[in-house]
Write a protein that binds this ligand. Structure first.
Ligand code: PMP
Length: 398
């Protein structure tokens, strides 16, 4: 059997990566990775990205600065992807390129702090991606939580969520994960989104969407944009953070966008200028390389079709691994219910494992996840999923 190792006492991804690297067991499994892996466990560069890069080299473009808010060809394409080509509000969207999703959130935080007069509090789901609280605190906002995840059902606490939105002071700001909630993998259904929209509207609240996984959740970029588009249809003036880290695999290229939906062309102009006031002293203008790759992919019809099928390929592999993990646990004779493994969506799965069980997985089986029970489904492969299922069964059967 595998050797024993020091306690997996950390809950941070860098901590897990370190413990994983130090482990010498050949069948070790890292389920703490925050990036997609292929079925061989390797980082995946999308073929559409490779093609776009080759074309860009061939074009011998200059390296001049982009404008403060980035390249218009990119931001227009990003807005179209999120809001849809047929959206009647496309002309009223104030948008800036950003340093991936994190940079978009940080600009959004700065915008609220400087220009949103009604509240300096942002409500984030409990739990949420840990960096949300850090980003908004650094933006000098108060960060509060609204109920989201129900431990008992390993699902959405819809009643708690709606009650917390209803009870917030009027015109509060609510951060909503557009799809593939990180870390739980639990998303509202379309029907629940419609109710959430009503409740947000009744409170006069401001919906601030973080969409870091468009297309990556279901494999369909339109389907994953449902919540954003529904809110827009319902007349919400939303904020939206986009990232191309996951859906184009452009992690380190730092490609994203921050947008605000204005009520009129006149208001859009003012928002554009407010965004420029924020961005100019932060970093002057965004990097051009990754945005050029994304633009090439979004604006070339043939490459776009290819990209969409590659996004679907990643989403499908993740869905297949969810099925295999659940099936493996059932084959082991597990008496526990594992339906949440397949009902959750996106890269992460909240297994329901307790911290001691996560520690045992690391110490006895060399399988590393975070102590909140979250595993990255992208770390599963057809080669390791059976071993992971057996090991999870071993730590949960008593
Ligand atoms: N939001 C959420 C919910 C995320 O999970 C991530 C990535 N882990 C991001 C935003 C931002 O990532 P990036 O800055 O790499 O685009």
């Amino acid at each position: 059997g595998p050797p024993t190792h020091s306690r997996n006492s950390t809950n941070t991804l860098p901590g897990i990566t370190e413990a994983f690297k130090a482990n010498t067991f050949t069948n070790k499994v890292n389920l703490g990775v925050g990036a997609y892996r292929d079925d061989a466990g390797k980082p995946y560069v999308l073929p559409s990205v490779r093609t776009a890069e080759k074309r860009l080299i061939f074009k011998e473009l200059d390296k001049e600065y982009a404008g403060i808010t980035g390249t218009p060809a990119f931001t227009k394409a990003a807005a179209t992807l999120a809001y849809s080509a047929s959206s009647p509000v496309l002309d009223n969207i104030a948008i800036t390129q950003s340093i991936s999703g994190t940079g978009a959130l940080r600009i959004g935080g700065a915008f609220l702090e400087r220009f949103y007069p009604h509240s300096k509090t942002i409500y984030v789901p409990s739990p949420s991606w840990a960096n949300h609280a850090a980003i908004f605190k650094d933006s000098r906002l108060d960060v509060k939580q609204y109920r989201y995840y129900n431990k008992e059902t390993i699902g959405l606490d819809i009643d708690g969520l709606l009650a917390d939105i209803k009870n917030a002071p009027p015109r509060s700001v609510f951060l909503l994960h557009a799809c593939a909630h990180n870390p739980t993998g639990v998303d509202p259904t379309p029907e629940q989104w419609r109710t959430i929209s009503d409740v947000v509207k009744n409170g006069g609240h401001f919906a601030f969407f973080d969409m870091a996984y468009q297309g990556f959740a279901s494999g369909d970029t339109d389907k994953d944009a449902y919540a954003v588009r529904y809110f827009v249809e319902q007349g919400h003036q939303i904020a939206l953070c986009q990232s191309f880290a996951k859906n184009m695999g452009l992690y380190g290229e730092r490609v994203g966008a921050f947008s605000l939906l204005a009520a009129s062309a006149e208001e859009k102009k003012r928002l554009d200028s407010q965004i420029k006031i924020l961005v100019r002293p932060l970093y002057s203008n965004p990097p051009i390389g990754g945005a050029r790759i994304a633009t090439e992919i979004l604006n070339d019809p043939e490459l776009n079709t290819q990209w969409l099928s590659e996004v679907k390929g990643m989403a499908d592999r993740i869905i297949a691994m969810r099925d295999a993990l659940k099936g493996g646990l059932e084959e082991c004779g597990s008496k526990l219910k594992w339906d949440h493994i397949t009902s959750q969506i996106g890269m992460f799965c909240y297994t329901g494992l307790r911290p001691e069980q996560v520690d045992e997985l690391a110490n006895k089986y060399s399988i590393y996840g975070t102590r909140d029970g979250r595993i990255s489904v992208a770390g599963l492969t057809s080669g390791n999923v059976k071993y992971v299922a057996e090991s999870i069964h071993n730590v949960t059967k008593n």
